[in-house]
Design a protein around this ligand. Structure first.
Ligand SMILES: Nc1ncnc2c1ncn2[C@@H]1O[C@H](COP(=O)(O)OP(=O)(O)OP(=O)(O)O)[C@@H](O)[C@H]1O
Length: 257
């Protein structure tokens, strides 16, 4: 499998405190990989390195085989806080990336692409709405639609559902898992939720405590298509138990140190 997102011995510290201590793993083409780890272990830092917002002290991140040296419109990023423009309507937000030079499309293509992602994210009827009139869950659907609409090489998602209530969060996980089954974009997702990581991913990368390395990479043998019932399958429950044990042992280690 071609590696689309790669971390090779990535090290980074802040003000003399070592955070990432030689992190290495890859995300294959079309793969969905979640990154779990104790609070403050450097998950967001890792994502920011892949996005080109931060440079490692040593080691390298690559996207599609090229070293990451700075931000690039071919990477779609979704954050916890709504990364959408409050002054643009839903459809203008979704189409925004398609007006930029790197991803520019004709007006017709833009219209078709926006309509496609409005539909995939269930935003029909809200095309002309402004973000302030939408619920938190709908705003995140706009952010996802905008990230997908440019058909990026890779998608990088940092806790996209963390600010949402439990029910909305589950609904968006279901919407995202459906989308990934039709879109197959290489995706790296940062999350605190074991359940979310399993439900969405082919594999889960577990990071350890600072100074941080990869503790384990866990395959998720839950078949696709995934549905709400997948959460009850024995394979799902077995992976959940394993990941919860790993996370628990990491938090015990950190409490002792
Ligand atoms: N720009 C920065 N300057 C100084 N320290 C930073 C900076 N960014 C992150 N850190 C520190 O690096 C460590 C890792 O932060 P990061 O946000 O990547 O962790 P995280 O695993 O995503 O955390 P959480 O799970 O709490 O969201 C933390 O101790 C944080 O305080």
């Amino acid at each position: 499998m071609t590696t689309m997102i790669g971390f090779d011995d990535v090290r980074l510290g802040f003000g003399g405190v070592e955070v990432l201590d030689g992190v290495g793993f890859g995300v294959g083409e079309g793969e969905f990989v979640s990154v779990l780890g104790p609070s403050g272990c450097g998950k967001s830092t890792l994502l920011n390195i892949a996005a080109g917002f931060l440079r490692p002290d040593s080691g390298e991140a690559t996207v599609a085989g090229e070293p990451v040296t700075g931000p690039d419109h071919r990477r779609g990023v979704v954050f916890q806080q709504y990364a959408i423009f409050p002054w643009l309507t839903v459809e203008k937000n979704i189409g925004f990336g398609l007006t930029l030079r790197a991803n520019r499309r004709s007006r017709e293509e833009r219209r078709a692409q926006v309509a496609r992602y409005v539909e995939l994210m269930g935003l029909q009827g809200f095309e002309k709405s402004l973000p302030k009139t939408l619920s938190g869950g709908m705003r995140q659907r706009v952010a996802l639609a905008r990230a997908y609409a440019t058909e990026p090489q890779v998608l990088l998602m940092d806790e996209p559902f963390a600010a949402l209530d439990a029910q909305t969060r589950e609904y968006l996980q279901e919407l995202l898992v459906e989308t990934t089954q039709t879109e197959r974009r290489t995706t790296m997702l940062i999350t605190h939720s074991v359940e979310e990581a399993i439900f969405l991913s082919h594999r889960v990368v577990v990071l350890g405590n600072r100074p941080t390395r990869v503790r384990e990479v866990v395959d998720v043998p839950v078949p696709f298509p995934r549905t709400p019932e997948s959460r009850l399958q024995p394979e799902f429950l077995a992976v959940r138990r394993h990941l919860e044990d790993l996370m628990r042992s990491e938090s015990t280690t950190s409490a002792r140190s």
